[in-house]
Design a protein. Structure first.
Length: 201
C-alpha cells in the first residue's frame, strides 16, 4: 500500500516519506490554482506526523477568507482531479482526490476559514503531536488497535478516536498558548537587552 484507501475501509501503516512528497505536490497545485484566494495551505492529519501510523490518505487544510472565493475555482479544480464533495461539518467544506481506476481515495482537502477554530485545530493538533512524542505514541497505539478491531467500519474507527482527539485538542491549544507566550517573552527580553546594550555604544 502506498497512497489511497477504499472508501469505508480502515488500514494504518508506518509513516512514509512519500506522504510528505505527495502533500507538497498537491499544495503546490492548489496554490497555483487558488492563488491569493487561499491564505495558507498546510499538510495536516496523521500523515503529517512523522512518529505515528496513519491511514494512507493525505489530509490538507486550506485556510480561506471566504468559501465563495474557493467555489469559484471548482471547475478548474475538477479538471485537476480535485472534486467538491460536500460541507462535511458546519463551516467546513471537503474536496476529494481519488484513483478511480483502483477505487481509492487518496487526498482529503478541507476548506476552512483561516485562523478560525477549525483551522487552528488542524494546525495545533498536528504541531503538538510532532512535538510531544508521548502523546503521539499513545495516539498511534490507539489507531493500530482500532484499525485491527474495525477494518471495514470507518465510523466505528473514527468514534473510537473521538475522546482522545477531544483531549488532545485541549492539550494542543494549551501547548500553543504556552509556546506563543514563551516566544513573546523571549522577544521582550531580547528587546530589553538590546536597549540596554545600546546605552553603552
Amino acid at each position: 500500500m502506498s497512497i489511497g484507501l477504499q472508501r469505508g475501509a480502515v488500514a494504518v501503516e508506518a509513516h512514509k516519506a512519500e506522504w510528505e512528497a505527495a502533500a507538497k505536490k498537491t499544495i503546490e497545485l492548489l496554490k497555483s490554482i487558488l492563488k491569493n484566494d487561499a491564505v495558507d495551505i498546510r499538510h495536516v492529519g496523521s500523515t503529517a506526523v512523522k512518529s505515528i501510523c496513519a491511514k494512507p490518505i493525505i489530509d490538507i487544510a486550506v485556510g480561506v477568507r471566504s468559501f465563495d472565493d474557493i467555489f469559484a475555482h471548482n471547475d478548474k479544480l475538477q479538471k485537476h482531479g480535485i472534486t467538491y464533495r460536500r460541507e462535511d461539518h458546519p463551516g467546513q467544506h471537503l474536496y476529494v482526490c481519488a484513483d478511480d481506476k483502483n477505487n481509492l481515495q487518496t487526498h482529503y482537502i478541507h476548506i476552512v476559514i483561516y485562523n478560525g477554530e477549525d483551522w487552528n485545530n488542524y494546525v495545533n493538533l498536528c504541531d503538538y503531536l510532532n512535538s510531544d512524542e508521548s502523546a503521539a505514541h499513545e495516539y498511534s497505539r490507539l489507531k493500530m488497535r482500532l484499525a485491527a478491531e474495525y477494518p471495514n467500519d470507518r465510523i466505528a474507527y473514527t468514534n473510537g478516536k473521538k475522546q482522545f482527539i477531544e483531549n488532545a485538542l485541549k492539550d494542543a491549544k494549551a501547548w500553543r498558548k504556552h509556546k506563543s507566550n514563551t516566544i513573546s517573552l523571549n522577544k521582550k527580553r531580547l528587546w530589553t537587552t538590546s536597549k540596554a546594550s545600546f546605552a553603552y555604544i
